[in-house]
Write a protein that binds this ligand. Structure first.
Ligand code: 6PG
Length: 231
């Protein structure tokens, strides 16, 4: 596991864009899992002018809100507006038109399974970007939420009590199968939970996801790192 601390959110975005460019220089086909929420937007905007050949790159979503694709809440919309449309990349997103979140999650999982490249005999996601909430959730895996326990599917749908909304999310098995996970965490508001996870090992969802076999990098700013005893 790596912890990389940069001065501020913009510096985190620069470092994240560099990490993404490096990962996408791999042989095709290659996949990139996208984090939702607000933090990654600065990184995604930098990708528009990054030296990346988007041919053979499949983008997908670590989680999505159960909203229409044109909703301001949609992670797919945020990705499209910040870089996907500009670079002409392929984004696989859950199909809201299916009409039922659980059926949409199952259909999405089936589509994703076709996207994983076979490398070293393993079909799995390459790099997956993740955010983290101040409660330690990541993707749409929230503390005490039943979706944390899903082990028989790669993508699940559930009504998230903490958000009073349906969410679709990559499950623990899928995230644990990723070659590399990069958590993007910025802001002092997350300093306490980040310290509880990195120094206390508190089994919050982000910690549980990071505890798998993937290579994990925490790419954080000084605000989020401000309570860490060492970095
Ligand atoms: C989502 C995200 C979620 C996000 C965290 C942090 O759909 O909201 O996938 O896991 O990464 O909530 O969100 P911020 O980056 O906005 O703080």
């Amino acid at each position: 596991m790596e912890i990389i601390v940069r001065a501020d959110p913009d510096a985190v975005a620069v470092a994240a864009a560099e990490r993404i460019a490096a990962a996408l220089s791999a042989p095709r086909p290659v996949t990139l899992g996208l984090a939702g929420g607000g933090t990654p937007a600065a990184t995604y905007r930098l990708l528009v002018d990054a030296p990346i050949d988007w041919h053979g790159v499949t983008l997908w979503l670590g989680d999505e809100r159960w909203v229409p694709p044109d909703s301001p809440e949609s992670n797919a919309r945020m990705a499209r507006e910040t870089f996907v449309d500009a670079v002409g990349a392929t984004l696989l997103a859950p199909d809201h038109a299916i009409g039922d979140p659980e059926r949409a999650a199952a259909a999405y999982a089936a589509g994703l399974a076709q996207a994983w490249a076979e490398r070293d005999g393993l079909r799995a996601p390459d790099l997956v970007l993740l955010g983290m909430g101040d409660d330690g959730h990541t993707a749409s895996l929230f503390p005490s939420d039943p979706m944390l326990e899903v082990s028989d599917r790669s993508y699940a749908a559930g009504f998230v009590a903490a958000k009073r909304a349906w969410r679709l999310t990559a499950t623990m098995p899928l995230l644990h199968s990723a070659r590399e996970l990069v958590f993007l965490v910025t802001g002092e508001a997350k300093a306490g939970v980040l310290t509880r996870i990195l120094e206390g090992g508190e089994p919050l969802p982000a910690q549980l996801v990071a505890a798998g076999a993937s290579h994990v990098t925490w790419l954080v700013d000084a605000g989020a790192a401000s309570e860490l005893s060492r970095w």
